[in-house]
Ligand binder design. Structure first.
Ligand SMILES: [Zn+2]
Ligand SMILES: [Zn+2]
Length: 287
């Protein structure tokens, strides 16, 4: 019995340490399989994206670690890839050339300012509001619909292995001051997206970062969305989106309790290079 985590960052993007530090911590706490998923590099990427000239070194370093620690832990080379039409996506040439074990497709950018800057959904609230006002004329419904539309475009045209923190845009909606997750138009956007996830065979990650950072009460995605995911028979996995070693399994125990409560019985994991589903409980996956 053991945990896995495939969403993690190192100092190649906005994590704090070199990859080996995370590997040693993962081994120390008995992690069965660990995947690196630094933020994709691209021209015009923000400070938390990997620099383009680091890509080769990143891939090489993970492959060396994979071999060095193969008797102790399964390591995987992945990437959390942004999606900006015609600029970056899971099927961009440099991403495909990296021969990754998997991609996590995540929407972090929703829209472009007239001066060419990209609007971020998980930066400061002030920056988000600037995007809302300047790009979307203050129309939050228009902005959120665009966010899910971009997600569907990515799923359709550049299908990633995993859909990352699906409803992360909710972090800008503290106390529901911008929109209601129970509003029909919002639920429609989510449902259309889930139907596409299902038809494309993509795995949805249940991401605990919002909980352990104290930003959200529920994981990404929220319970109401998880219930729909269960009803539609979509596969899920559990990830911590760790940026420092102590975050590797954070929020897992309480989140598995939530998942069991909804009726989930399986979590996906990459095991010996193949995606398989495993039973789980509050102590980990059952291998
Ligand atoms: Zn992300
Ligand atoms: Zn991440």
């Amino acid at each position: 019995m053991s945990w896995t985590n495939y969403h993690s960052h190192t100092y190649y993007s906005d994590g704090k340490f070199e990859p080996e530090v995370y590997v040693q911590q993962a081994i120390a706490i008995g992690i069965k399989a660990y995947g690196f998923s630094c933020h994709s590099p691209f021209n015009g990427g923000h400070g938390w994206n990997m620099a383009l000239d680091q890509l080769g070194k990143y891939c090489e370093e993970i492959l060396v670690l994979k071999d060095k620690y193969k008797s102790k832990i399964q390591l995987y080379l992945g990437m959390e890839v942004d999606y900006i039409p015609n600029i970056i996506g899971p099927k961009s040439a440099h991403i495909l050339q990296s021969k990754l074990d998997y991609t996590i497709g995540s929407i972090h950018y929703t829209g472009t300012f007239s001066d060419g800057r990209f609007c971020e959904i998980d930066g400061s609230h002030q920056f988000f509001l600037e995007g809302l006002n300047k790009i979307y004329g203050g129309n939050i419904k228009f902005m959120i619909k665009t966010y899910y539309q971009l997600m569907r475009e990515m799923l359709e045209n550049e299908t990633p292995t995993i859909l990352g923190h699906m409803d992360k845009i909710k972090i800008q909606n503290e106390g529901g001051h911008l929109f209601g997750e129970d509003e029909l138009w919002y639920q429609n956007e989510v449902e259309k997206t889930l139907d596409l996830v299902k038809s494309k065979g993509v795995i949805i990650e249940v991401n605990t970062r919002g909980i352990y950072k104290g930003i959200t009460k529920e994981p990404y995605p929220s319970r109401v969305i998880l219930e729909q995911i269960k009803a539609k028979g979509i596969s899920i996995m559990l990830n911590s989106d760790a940026h420092i070693p102590s975050e590797i399994d954070k929020g897992f125990r309480e989140t598995t309790e939530l998942l069991q409560g909804i009726g989930f019985q399986k979590l996906m994991a990459l095991d010996n290079g193949k995606w398989k589903s495993f039973g789980f409980n509050e102590n980990g996956l059952i291998f």
